[in-house]
Write a protein that binds this ligand. Sequence first.
Ligand code: C5P
Length: 336
Amino acid sequence: MLAIPPPFCYPIGDELDKSAISMHNAPMSLAKHRDITDKRYFVRSYAKINLTLDVLGRRSDGYHELATVMQTVDLYDTIRLTATDDGSVRVVCSSPELSHDDNLAVRAAKAVCQRCSIAQGILINLHKRIPVAAGLGGGSSNAAAVLLALQQWWQLPLTSSEMLAIAASLGSDVPFFLTGGLALCEGRGERVTPLAPHWPASMRWLLLVKPAISVSTATVFRNLPASDYTDGSHSYKISTALQAKDELRPEDLHNGLERGTLERYPEVAQAREDMLRAGAARVRLSGSGPTLFAPFSELTQAARTQQQLHAQGYEVYLSCVTYPNTGKVSFYSHGC
Ligand code: C5P
């Protein structure tokens, strides 16, 4: 059984945390229990990358069977929950197009209220910094953050399996974000096996490049030919290699959705070319894209590449791995 740790939260205040808004890699604060009488609750919601993504085949329910290794990175949205008297659950988002009842954060809060028979009004202030529909799991992460925050804030008697069931009902990636860190995810993506926080020093810095388009995950999956299916070996191999602290080879980073996305969206193929030309040695798609990531061992080289891509007009984030609940990561070099 997956043990779900407490959410990662901020001290209560009247405003959204300024450092969280201004710097995506600000130092992490400590997880902290909140008093149930508090009117407000803050939580961070981290993005992920897919180190590997194997699509095993199409299932009878229309979803695809996956084996994927995901890792949370220190690019995050900030969420403020406020208890209100009007009995409604609603979201106000820094991206106005996300201020609607279909937002996964709203659906998560409503699912918890319904499951626990709670008729409390909640205002969700969501400050987006994770690009939307980008392959970085932003919406799923927001949903998981709201689930964890409500459980902690109201001290709800939900078990880990109940939380996982609610999370899985909201989206395939939501269960992963209940724990975050490094994990092997199977099934639709909802069967999560957390991995020890081992990360190669050769990939200490991660450059995320978001081409200026949005990609529909459903469309990418729908158009995936069976020739792009694999047996999961990339994800199983990389899980074993990371746990053994082995160095990864470039071909170990596989994404079965990449070929289709590059072919369908020339902007993504162009961005990949530009990243390689700007100094990235390896470039991989995250999820169904369009965000691409490139690992670097040296900050100076990552920053130089970031500047060059930024000058070309790209939305670029210099990031690194994060473990929201433990804060610990062991960077290893080959043979260490
Ligand atoms: O689960 P989620 O709502 O995030 O998935 C979005 C869409 O991506 C699904 O409607 C489905 O078309 C596709 N998908 C899939 N197989 C998965 C996950 C997602 O086909 N394992």
